[in-house]
Write a protein that binds this ligand. Sequence first.
Ligand SMILES: NC(=O)C1=CN([C@@H]2O[C@H](COP(=O)(O)OP(=O)(O)OC[C@H]3O[C@@H](n4cnc5c(N)ncnc54)[C@H](OP(=O)(O)O)[C@@H]3O)[C@@H](O)[C@H]2O)C=CC1
Ligand SMILES: O=C(O)C1=N[C@H](C(=O)O)C[C@H](O)C1
Length: 272
Amino acid sequence: MSGTDMKLVVVGAAGRMGQTLIRTIHAMPGATVFAAVERSGSAFVGRDAGEIAGLGPTGVAITDKPLEAFVEAEGVLDFTSPAASVEFSGLAAQARIVHVIGTTGCSADDETKFKAAARHARIVKSGNMSLGVNLLGVLTEQAARALGPESWDIEILEMHHKHKVDAPSGTALLLGEAAAKGRDIGLAEHSVRVRDGHTGARVAGTIGFATLRGGSVIGEHSVILAGEGEQVTLSHSATDRTIFARGAVTAALWARSQKPGFYSMLDVLGLS
Ligand SMILES: NC(=O)C1=CN([C@@H]2O[C@H](COP(=O)(O)OP(=O)(O)OC[C@H]3O[C@@H](n4cnc5c(N)ncnc54)[C@H](OP(=O)(O)O)[C@@H]3O)[C@@H](O)[C@H]2O)C=CC1
Ligand SMILES: O=C(O)C1=N[C@H](C(=O)O)C[C@H](O)C1
């Protein structure tokens, strides 16, 4: 560790992404795990975060006191739950630090609270922190703009592991927003999130979503543009959660020198 390394707090440190973040920060230059947080009452509180993540002891004991950690740190990496992320954004604002939010399934009300916290915190939020998916979003916007709604239907298909609790995935919604932007329409008014029974024929110009869950799938996403007699499919496969963790650390390092505000991975990657 060097004196200029960014001091990061990993919240939800014992979760799938939390453990991946602890290992990734350990392997990346420029950042260090300053603290690790789990909820009060969790069996992981007091245990060494490095040991939980499979690194061996690192001297960072998991705490249930986030604010005490935040005020001494420079950034928070947060892949937890919507309610927890809303709470952490308020604490990050109090501490005037960077808050990287990867949590998905957040409501419109949650988003309003994140934007309020971003008056004091530097928040980067994205449904997918990987370079590949953010590039896929740019390509989706271009394809949707080029292939108009009269002749081309857009469907977004995703599959994740059996433990995932929200649907459609944050990534599927990010891709839907990109397609809607390409067509200059609002996603909320044009999306079809579920189909069941006698649905009637497809309404032109809608953006459909389909969700699959099972096994240990890390994340599969396809944007299908279906025309008359031909089909274009843009897709991304995640085979290792490190892609999300690396993106989150990159976002924290980028946000360190930004003003308070609400940013996306497109800003971080220079793709906006
Ligand atoms: N944007 C992106 O690139 C990615 C986003 N995600 C998203 O990240 C989120 C987490 O995913 P995943 O790691 O698989 O989930 P896990 O359930 O494995 O991990 C979440 C962790 O957060 C903890 N947690 C929940 N509430 C609190 C709290 N108030 N204080 C401290 N810790 C808390 C949980 O503890 P407990 O078990 O006790 O509840 C758990 O340890 C999901 O929303 C997922 O969709 C995932 C991958 C990539
Ligand atoms: O819950 C997950 O695992 C993932 N969630 C994110 C999403 O909802 O898109 C990102 C990634 O696909 C993994």
